[in-house]
Design a protein around this ligand. Structure first.
Ligand code: ZN
Length: 135
């Protein structure tokens, strides 16, 4: 398959965006790119831009949010790594052909209106892996 272009973002699960923003914004001094609610995934996201890479802080907005489940199970921490690709449908086909288990068989719309798809951590060495394509 065509290799990813780069790391697009790191997703970090947090209990409180406000509290986590203190570290990433005030202490590390990363530029805050704003906060977006993604009702689909029951999550609020605060972005920090660092060169080409974003750090995305993910806070659950409901008990049954996937992030709430993650926090219950593992506590706050790295939730997923997202790779930027040039052709998401082709990437998904190549992953499927290689036997990688996909959570999203077809691209869906994520934050920033990007096309995204997740591969299951069981087939990516325990790391929830996202592939995304900018419009
Ligand atoms: Zn993501």
């Amino acid at each position: 398959m065509q290799p990813p272009i780069g790391i697009d973002h790191l997703g970090i699960a947090v209990q409180s965006l406000e509290e986590a923003t203190r570290l990433y914004g005030d202490v590390l001094g990363l530029a805050c790119g704003g906060t977006e609610e993604i009702p689909d995934q029951k999550v609020r996201v605060t972005f920090f831009q660092l060169g080409d890479v974003r750090v995305e802080l993910l806070e659950p907005t409901a008990e049954d949010s996937p992030i709430a489940k993650f926090l219950d199970k593992k506590g706050p921490g790295l939730h997923h790594v997202a790779y930027r690709v040039a052709d998401l449908p082709a990437t998904l086909m190549a992953l499927k052909a290689a036997g990688v288990r996909l959570i999203d068989k077809t691209p869906r719309t994520g934050a920033h209106g990007m096309q995204i798809a997740f591969a299951h951590p069981k087939s990516t060495g325990g790391v929830l892996t996202e592939f995304c394509q900018q419009k």
